[in-house]
Design a protein around this ligand. Structure first.
Ligand code: SF4
Length: 294
């Protein structure tokens, strides 16, 4: 790391740490300290709230960074159970207050939408959660005498191969748009709150490209020959059957030719666990053999 930082010289002002769960890295505080000591700004793709300690937030602020993106992962506590995340709404509200109090004035909260079993009730709970976070944010900013911006980011779930939701259909574009409209209507007039929504149409295309089989090449040929117009290529090659198909346990999936290294049935069992909103303990890499990768 030292060599890398020295090698970068003054050309890079910001060092971004990227990974599925960067804050779980045991040496993260030492690494963050080193980056800060070199006068670089620390940046993260997205952070898990429960791992944001006092020390780490201080280092982030010392580095000059005043913007953080934190994942709440799912709109409601029930949906967080479905994806095996433990954060409660109270915890999220308190953590956001803590971050604002510390001086993180630009806070972005990110969640997925369109998860299995999600209903309008989950969206209403998300709206209530955002209202509570915003109240806390404004209160803490008042005490500081400064204010920035709170941003809510929502992205539609794209069921990806090699994940427990690979069997699950994407939520319909129409239904996702309805949910976004519900959120926009409820939160649109709240001050200091910005909203950013992922495009359901883009998610539809992504899901097709993720779950498509060899017939995807016909779509690509049309797309490449029509000036890269995905919408009209999709009209010529209807793909609902790939995007909205519910696969069953014994179905042969187009990507089954790829060995991801999981033990047999692990992903299916995890999918079933999610559908029951049941928890599994956080894995300890020293002893865990749950998925078969270690
Ligand atoms: S075996 Fe356990 S620790 Fe290793 S990757 Fe799988 S879940 Fe994580």
């Amino acid at each position: 790391m030292d060599t890398l930082l020295t090698g970068l010289g003054k050309s890079a002002q910001t060092i971004g740490l990227v990974g599925p769960s960067v804050t779980d890295h045991p040496d993260l505080p030492a690494l963050a300290r080193k980056i800060t000591e070199q006068g670089k700004k620390l940046s993260f793709s997205s952070l898990r709230m429960e791992t944001l300690t006092d020390e780490l937030v201080d280092l982030i602020l010392q580095s000059g960074q005043k913007t953080l993106t934190v994942a709440v992962d799912a709109p409601s506590e029930k949906m967080r159970d479905v994806i095996n995340k433990a954060a409660t709404d109270d915890f999220i509200v308190e953590k956001c207050r803590f971050l604002t109090r510390k001086g993180i004035l630009h806070l972005k909260i990110y969640s997925i939408i369109g998860l299995p079993l999600e209903t309008e009730d989950d969206i209403d709970q998300f709206i209530r959660l955002v209202e509570r976070v915003q109240e806390g944010y404004v209160e803490e900013c008042r005490k500081l005498g400064r204010i920035g911006q709170l941003t809510i980011g929502l992205s539609p779930l794209v069921p990806k191969p090699g994940t427990p939701f690979q069997w699950h259909p994407m939520e319909s574009v129409k239904s996702l748009k309805k949910k976004f409209a519900r959120v926009r209507k409820a939160l649109g007039k709240i001050p200091y709150l910005k909203m950013s929504f992922g495009s359901p149409n883009e998610a539809y295309l992504q899901t097709y490209l993720s779950r498509g089989d060899r017939n995807t090449q016909a779509f690509f040929k049309t797309y490449l020959n029509n000036g890269h117009d995905a919408k009209s290529a999709l009209k010529e090659h209807p793909v609902d059957e790939y995007v909205y198909r519910q696969y069953e346990k014994n179905d042969y999936l187009p990507w089954d030719i790829v060995d991801h290294g999981y033990r047999e049935n692990f992903l299916w069992e995890d999918y079933q666990r999610g559908l029951k909103a049941a928890h599994t303990p956080v894995c300890d890499t020293a002893i865990c053999h749950i998925c078969g990768l270690c």
